[in-house]
Design a protein around this ligand. Structure first.
Ligand code: HEC
Length: 134
């Protein structure tokens, strides 16, 4: 049985597609995308997260892709700041702490009791840049 040119094209084309999928599959298997950010959850950070939701922080901030982008993403913020910095910042925020300019201003949360500010800061401190990407 002799194959026509069209049949050869289909056979060779299919073989190339299988080969390509195999190579891509192997590369993905060998090198999964790095996990860039992590959240180290504890009973305390869960209380902080509840306050984060109650205060509507996610109407301006994004964490793991959830929330809006009127302010900077808070992924990894706990690796960038320390707890006292965050508490002070929540009480009296200022512009220009993140590299991009934003049209909206971060509102002050100095009306919250100290223990709630503490819990919010605990939550933010648990949002880390992954120590061991991969
Ligand atoms: C109206 C929008 C808005 C709301 C609501 C808001 N923020 Fe912000 N936030 C911003 C903006 C804008 C900035 C960036 C300020 C700048 O650098 O100019 C910011 C900055 C921050 C930063 C500093 C980020 C960094 O890179 O260090 C933290 C932390 C933060 N916000 C936490 C919170 C928390 C927690 C809440 C809720 C209690 C909250 N924000 C509510 C708009 C908002």
């Amino acid at each position: 049985m002799r194959l026509s040119a069209g049949e050869w094209i289909v056979i060779v084309g299919s073989a190339l597609i299988v080969l390509f999928a195999g190579v891509v599959g192997t590369l993905i298997f060998l090198k999964p995308p790095p996990i860039q950010f992590e959240y180290i959850e504890t009973a305390v950070t869960r209380q902080g997260e509840a306050l984060y939701r109650r205060e509507g922080c996610l109407s301006c901030h994004e964490i793991f892709g959830n929330g809006a982008s009127y302010g900077p993403s808070l992924d990894g913020v706990g690796s960038k700041r320390d707890k006292q910095w965050l508490i002070n910042y929540l009480k009296s925020p200022r512009q220009g702490v993140s590299p991009k300019p934003y049209r909206l201003k971060m509102p002050p949360y100095n009306h919250l009791p100290e223990n709630e500010l503490d819990l919010l800061a605990e939550y933010l401190m648990a949002l880390r840049v992954a120590s061991n990407p991969g």
